[in-house]
Design a protein around this ligand. Structure first.
Ligand SMILES: Nc1nc2c(ncn2[C@@H]2O[C@H](COP(=O)(O)OP(=O)(O)O)[C@@H](O)[C@H]2O)c(=O)[nH]1
Ligand SMILES: Nc1ncnc2c1ncn2[C@@H]1O[C@H](COP(=O)(O)OP(=O)(O)O)[C@@H](O)[C@H]1O
Length: 400
């Protein structure tokens, strides 16, 4: 809390309009929601990130919120549009994969975090054009064949699926590579990162700490791929109650005897670890079958048959129904543009001046079907060029 920085006082006294840049040349915008005025813009601390401050108009005080999520880097300016529970930020002159961001101010995730931390919380989430399929959560007891099924999927569809690389405090097995199979980490480091809000979920499994970082899921979404998470039942429960909409699959062994055989034949665990995993397996199978967490239960008896069923429930039976990233086209936002909002359509008026004439392009950004959000990416954005005005001509072109 504190007083308004001097450079902002003049601007704020002039009651700036929502989404308009302040005139002090710092590339900041204000958005007023109730008594709170969100001042968003280039940080003055040399970090090059976009900073968020909140001015409580009823108390006349500044609030410095806890900011979750990866912050966008600052740009040559931005437009801000308020959408019910979040502020859409359109960065000027940014690269096409870095121009649309959301600052969540009153979403379910933000409210949960506020309750938990007892402070004002806001959260950044990058916007992703297109409708990448929902992430896939795969759970099941140790040795049931989750890793084998996931490897088969990634091998057959390398450009479609990306694996969420978890963090763990357990020691690497012979063939496991740091950063590929897991991020192998120290317990104290992981605990600190959990406290700092860097994890989407975490759990203690078979005596070790495992967790999915927000970044692990974001990296896959940014690559335009469908994210696969191999996590235990506790982790699946946490993800189920998060904003990451996913398909939840539980893999069951044909029998406990077969599970034990697979674990022993794999030869990666000590006798003590095998016994611990088998003890935990019964409870996991019980929870997997009886809880309402999972959408599908798969029995992994014959591997090939199980894999075919997995593909079928992911919509991969026969022809592959996936939108290649390139088909979505590019959405480029020029430096010079103005923005207006009609229901859940954002109309962006882009002005570009050539040698002889000035032309205007209208782009419509559709935010009616947003999916996901902080922590992670916001999917489901669509855009369309709805006209170009030059010498009185209007062209219509569908871009996605
Ligand atoms: N909650 C949670 N569980 C995880 C994560 N990563 C792996 N697990 C689970 O931890 C358990 C042990 O994994 P691992 O040590 O690789 O042994 P394995 O299942 O026998 O191959 C499995 O049930 C995994 O699904 C994670 O990020 N979060
Ligand atoms: N359907 C199956 N029938 C026989 N063996 C299997 C089958 N599925 C997996 N396996 C084997 O069982 C062992 C455990 O599989 P893995 O994928 O490592 O399990 P998880 O990742 O669930 O711990 C591996 O040696 C794997 O080759």
């Amino acid at each position: 809390m504190g007083e308004a920085p001097a450079f902002l006082v003049d601007d704020l006294q002039n009651e700036p309009l929502n989404g308009f840049e302040l005139k002090n040349g710092t590339c900041k915008t204000t958005t007023t929601i109730g008594n709170k005025m969100y001042v968003i813009g280039g940080a003055d601390d040399g970090t090059l990130s976009i900073e968020v401050q909140i001015f409580d108009r009823s108390l006349g005080e500044w609030i410095h919120p806890t900011v979750h999520g990866t912050k966008p880097l600052s740009s040559k300016g931005h437009s801000a549009v308020f959408l019910n529970d979040r502020i859409l930020i359109l960065k000027k002159g940014a690269k096409s994969d870095d121009q649309i961001w959301f600052l969540e101010v009153d979403t379910q995730y933000v409210r949960q975090q506020q309750k938990q931390l007892g402070t004002e919380v806001v959260a950044w989430s990058k916007g992703v054009i297109g409708n990448a399929e929902k992430p896939v959560v795969i759970s099941g007891p140790s040795g049931v064949g989750k890793g084998t099924l996931i490897s088969m999927l990634m091998k057959e569809f390398p450009s479609m699926f990306g694996f969420s690389v978890s963090h763990t405090t357990r020691a690497p097995r012979g063939m496991e590579k740091d950063g590929v199979h897991y991020h192998f980490t120290e317990k104290s480091v992981m605990e600190k990162e959990i406290k700092d809000g860097k994890f989407l979920e975490f759990a203690s499994v078979h005596g070790n700490l495992y967790g999915t970082s927000v970044e692990a899921v974001e990296v896959v979404a940014d690559a335009g791929k469908r994210c696969i998470l191999d996590i235990d039942v506790q982790g699946a429960r946490s993800v189920r109650s998060s904003s990451l909409e996913a398909v939840f699959i539980f893999v069951c062994p044909p029998s406990m005897e077969e599970l034990e055989k697979r674990l022993r034949d794999r030869g990666t665990e000590t006798e003590e670890q095998i016994l611990k995993r088998l003890r935990n397996a019964a409870a996991e199978i019980e929870q997997g079958k009886s809880s309402n967490i999972f959408d599908f239960i798969l029995y992994n008896d014959n591997l090939e048959e199980c894999y075919e069923k997995l593909k079928k429930l992911l919509g991969l039976g026969g022809c592959v129904a996936a939108t290649p990233k390139s088909a979505l086209g590019e959405f480029n936002l020029p430096l010079d543009h103005s923005v207006s909002k009609i229901d859940d359509k954002i109309i962006i008026n882009c002005i570009s001046s050539g040698l002889e004439k000035e032309s205007k392009n209208l782009i419509m950004l559709d935010v009616s079907a947003l999916k996901g959000g902080a922590p992670g990416r916001t999917r489901g954005l669509d855009f369309q060029a709805i006209g170009s005005f030059s010498d009185g001509l209007i062209g219509m072109e569908r871009l996605s």
